[in-house]
Ligand binder design. Sequence first.
Ligand SMILES: [Zn+2]
Length: 368
Amino acid sequence: MFHSAGQLKWNGTSDSGIACTIPSKSQPLADRSGEIDTKLIEENHLGIVLSKPARPLEPFRLSPEFRNRVWGFEDLTPWFNVRAEGDPIGEVWLTADTCVVETGANAGKQLQQVIQEFGPELLGPKFQGTSFPLLVKVLFPREKLSVQVHPDDKLAQQYGLPRGKTECWYALGAEPGATVAVGFKPGVTEDQVRQAIEDATLENLLEYLPFSKGEMIFVDAGTVHAIGPGSVILETQQNSDVTYRLYDYGRPRELHVDRSLEAMRASTRAGKVPARVEGNHITLIDEHYFRVDSFQLHGVVSSQELAVSDPNEVQIFFVVDGDAKIAGDGFETFSLSRCQVAVIPASCGPWDLHCDRSVEIVRMVPKG
Ligand SMILES: [Zn+2]
């Protein structure tokens, strides 16, 4: 009896990309005569091949990556216990494809390697490819960031990139007077933008918003934006690193004026997003590419209490404040402290979050 590989449930990665159950490349599914290797696949009494249920993946903590930026800080304490060697640090990437797993069975692997090995078991059935859908960062602007814009998916793909960049900013902290610029003042025309770039007066056309701790700002692709000093920002964005700079305050970095003008849109939906209480948490934003929620937790909290509406979704937990541990059957308990990130795979068994006193967590869920 021969069953084609295509009949079986996805349970691994094949070279051909065909959905199949193959524990290892060295063990063939069928020999040349077409016989199935019964050691690998179980049949019930009717002779129907059943794929073994996928082993649930365990939650894991990721190691942060520190990125040097001219506008950043030398010292990131108290957020991260890190001092820059050389150039200042402006961005800390928390879910980059190259971030390394720090705990459990996959410790030492880069996130992209775990995606390659486990695909939908990690990301859920909605996501294909070998990239994590969201890039979560903490931004530390000591000086102004460039005035910039990101393309949407359509334009990015015209230029051979996998996706555009829609992002949102959550203020982890903000000094009085902290501002960000999101879009242009009403009525600004493209000609005015071109002229202002030439005259180095583009700042005057931007719409500035005060930015306070706990606020969320949505920045959809095509929105010209700039981040000023004074805030510490948790950024959730599509996993893309494409930025077009319109103006950089005279710093010697490259500008991309033509691409910017092509990517920018006169009006977008960008702006502050009112928080909404929903059951045991606050929904900070719920958009096409991501949802971001805030939790204030105490004691022992079960995975059911933190479940998302679709159980097949991957979750990212970021600790804003406090100390916690994640524990469950079949994996080693691990700790989670301020500014650390845990990834909860889509196919994860039950687990508990043990909070030491009160713990504030922001959860990101990629949506599309
Ligand atoms: Zn940006």
